[in-house]
Design a protein. Structure first.
Length: 262
């Protein structure tokens, strides 16, 4: 899927994935944001959640917020599907949302089951396996939202695929970093270790790689002049590669955070 490089001018090479002038600059900005986040997380006092985090009182504030969160996430995804259907047509919308939802669900289920790194509150109404379904609903809607934002802006739409992926990842993290700590405090989910108000920095790395990876792969596969079955296979392969790259990136952030926060 990665085409050959074309020389635009002296010393500048580009293809649909990469531009030797702009892509490293954007990558440098993202790296700077990562370093800044580590410094802030180190300087700002954080805290964990005590053992009573799952002791919900029916009708209490935490109980209400949990179920409102579930319904809002479900509504967010349904609105995104309807919007995508009107904008793209049924075939393309079904193609995207099916893969986005499956991607988000298995990402959560595999991580919760095999890592034990975090758990969801068992009072949730909508659960499959170990996963609170509100989270894959949000994954799906957020992936669609950032892709829509990029497509509707001519400047952002002209970015290379890696640049679109990095931008989508930063947008997704900017959403999660503002809400994750709040929901942890209300006991909707619980992390076994943390660096930022009950949330580990590796979680934000996962958001960046998951949304950024699937965004870049989606744009690449969608642009292919191939029959639909080839696009479906290509997206499935891209999802698998995204999982693998996400695993290594999150592991690197986790190891760095363990050294940074002894």
């Amino acid at each position: 899927m990665v085409g050959v490089f074309t020389m635009v001018d002296s010393g500048r090479f580009t293809n649909k994935w990469f531009d030797s002038r702009t892509t490293p600059r954007l990558a440098g900005i993202v790296a700077g944001l990562v370093v800044f986040t580590f410094i802030i997380a180190r300087l700002v006092p954080s805290r964990g959640i005590d053992g009573s985090w799952m002791d919900f009182e029916e009708g209490g504030d935490s109980w209400l917020i949990l179920h409102v969160f579930e319904m809002v996430c479900l509504s967010f995804m349904l609105i995104s599907i309807l919007h995508g259907w009107r904008r793209w047509g049924f075939k393309k919308a079904f193609f995207f949302f099916s893969f986005a939802f499956v991607y988000g669900f298995f990402l959560e289920e595999i991580t919760v089951y095999f890592s034990g790194y975090y758990v969801y509150n068992n009072e949730a109404w909508l659960q499959i396996g170990h996963t609170m379904m509100a989270v894959p609903f949000c994954w799906t809607a957020i992936m669609y939202s950032v892709i829509t934002l990029i497509e509707r802006n001519p400047v952002l739409g002209s970015l290379k695929l890696l640049e679109k992926g990095m931008l989508a990842g930063v947008l997704a993290v900017s959403i999660d970093i503002s809400i994750d700590a709040i929901f942890v405090a209300y006991g909707i989910w619980h992390w076994k270790e943390f660096q930022w108000f009950g949330v580990p920095l590796a979680n934000y790395a996962a958001w960046f790689m998951a949304v950024g990876g699937i965004t870049a792969v989606w744009y690449d596969v969608d642009s292919l002049p191939r029959p639909q079955i080839f696009k479906e296979v290509g997206l499935a392969v891209g999802m698998a590669l995204s999982y693998i790259s996400l695993l290594f990136f999150v592991l690197a952030i986790y190891l760095i955070s363990r050294l940074w926060f002894p």
